[in-house]
Design a protein around this ligand. Sequence first.
Ligand code: GSH
Length: 209
Amino acid sequence: MIDLYTWTTPNGRKVSIMLEEVGLSYTAHAIDIGKDDQFDPAFLKISPNNKIPAIVDDDTGIAMMESGSILLYLAEKSGQLMPIGEKARWQVKEWLMWQMGGIGPFLGQVHHFVRFNKGKSAYAEERYLKEAHRLYGVLDRRLADHEFLADDYSIADIATWPWIARFEWQTIDLREYPCVKRWYTAIAGRPAVERGYGVPIRVGGVPMP
Ligand SMILES: N[C@@H](CCC(=O)N[C@@H](CS)C(=O)NCC(=O)O)C(=O)O
C-alpha cells in the first residue's frame, strides 16, 4: 500500500495519474497548500522541502518527495510506463528532466504572474509568457513526429500533461499548437487520467480545448 500526500495541482496530479495508470493500491491524503498543511512537522518528515507530492511505500519503507523521482520509483516498482530498451529509456528520462527543469518551473511562474498577480510585474509577465510559448513550441515540434514524448506513452507524458492541462491559466490557445492539442486530447481520454485528475478532491472536469 502506498500513501500519497498531494493536492489539486499539476505536480500532485502527476503521481495520482501514475498510480491510477499502473494500478497500485494507494491512499490519498489531502495536503491543502492554501492552508499551509505543507509546513506541518509531520509532513516535513516525509517531504523536507515542504512541497507536495510525496509518497510513503509501506512495502519498502521508502518515503519520497519530488514528483520526477516518484514517477521513476513507481515505474520501476510496477514495471510499467518506462521502456526496456536503453535508447528508449534515456529518451524518457531526457524528456522527464525537460519537464522538471522547464515546463514545471516556468509555467508555474506564468500561473503566479499572469493568472494570479497580473499587473504586478510587466517584466515577469513578458519573460515567463515568452518562455511558455517557447516551451509549447518545443513540445509541438517533438510531437509532430512522435505520438508521445518518447514514442510510447510513458512517465515523461504523465509528468508533462498535468501542466498543459492548465493551458487556460497560461492564456495559451492550443489551436496554435496542433500537435500538442492532439497529444493532450488523446491523454485526456484515458480513464486512468480522468480518475487521477480528481485526486485528492475533484475541482471541475479535465479542461478540454
Ligand atoms: N519539484 C517539485 C515541485 C513541487 C511543488 O512545487 N509543489 C507545489 C504544488 S504544485 C507545492 O507544494 N507548493 C507549496 C509551497 O511552495 O509551499 C516536484 O516536482 O515535486
